[in-house]
Design a protein around this ligand. Sequence first.
Ligand code: FCB
Length: 457
Amino acid sequence: MTRKFPADFLWGVATSAYQIEGGVDLDGRGPSIWDTFCAHPGAVRGGDDGRTAAEHRRRMASDVAMLAELGVGAYRFSVAWPRVRPLGRGAVSTAGLDFYRSLVDALLDAGVDPVVTLYHWDLPQALEDAGGWPARATAERFGEFASLVGAALGDRVRRWSTVNEPWCAAMLGYAGGIHAPGRSDPGAAIAAAHHLLLGHGLAVDALRATVRADAEVAITVNPYPVIAAGEREVDIDAARRVDGVANRLWYDLVLLGRYPDDVLADFATVSDLAHIRDGDLAMISRPIDAIGVNYYRRHHVRHAAGASAGPPASTWPGSPDVETVDPGVATTASRWAIEPDGLVETLVRLTRDYDPPPIYVHENGAAFDDHAGAGGDVDDADRLAFLRDHVRAAHDALAAGVDLRGYFVWSLLDNFEWAEGYAKRFGIVRVDFETQRRTPKASARWYAEVARTGEVD
Ligand code: FCB
């Protein structure tokens, strides 16, 4: 059976600045929290860092030519804040802005629609030194950054996302300490979450003031279906807690302008909540034109006393007794369970419970241990099957009434996978990190065909 997508469905691929750019010494770029974090012994697998990455800063033109050849409709990338404003405030780097201007021009010339993400986790280190996301001023600086980028690119770029996966930025970065800046302080993480969303609201206003009137402004979240792995009341409560912090927190704040009561009560056990000020909720819930959903897997959780009491602290602040359970199905190389139906559940739930604006899958993809042939060829049947099953799930969501407008593969290129370094390859295009040679994998050829025909078997 062939499943046909609407003619205007947007097929894209995604990347982010720190994961591919390298060129950390160019354009007067300042250090980001990821440069600092990578330098901590043991923080990143293999001691890897983003200094060189996929050298996209130098190879942009040929990367765009490759995108054009793939024939995808859109390319989602992020702007490195410290490349544009090295210290996060004060002086602006014209060279940095020029790089993104030329990227946008190249994409438009190639007929590829640019989708610009403003924050994909590379906070200028100088702002972290001044308190980072737990400090309110960081949200204000982010609003300024949005104005700068909006003014530079907003005449040509129509599609925007303010913040990528605020759960990860706040909870992995400030509670679990697994991502930069590597802090383990649940109270700080709760304040960071609030300020990331305050920054989102300020960025929405900043973009509205600087970019074209037909712009589509979004935020990108990473919701998960949460399944209780047990029938005890405490297991059901563990699922409620994780659903609260993973899903309802972001949806309720951005789409409804309120904190879920139960989440706030859990948070109050580790935070005085003094960072929440009058007017913040109205700013956080500024109307948006679209919402991006990144989907990789479900969460299966149950109660286990002290399971995540730390150190490091729980990534579910205020909920130290939650344990993640392996559902026992096939996994990717990241050991993430492969559960494509979870994508349908995620999109249907968002639609049913929140009356959201149009939805895009801004990321979906998988790491597998690729084996390259002599010429660099990779027959990644496992990744191809993963993508095919998730594209089918996206179609199932459409059939269920979800207003889904597009789907983006994570990722165009093999890249720096955060704390996993270069050990996890997510690209549909192989990058040989010795030579920087790019070779489209079998999954890229398959995806190009899906994008061309708008159909999947
Ligand atoms: C998401 C991130 C993205 C990438 C994928 C695998 O959480 O947004 O940068 O690392 O996971």
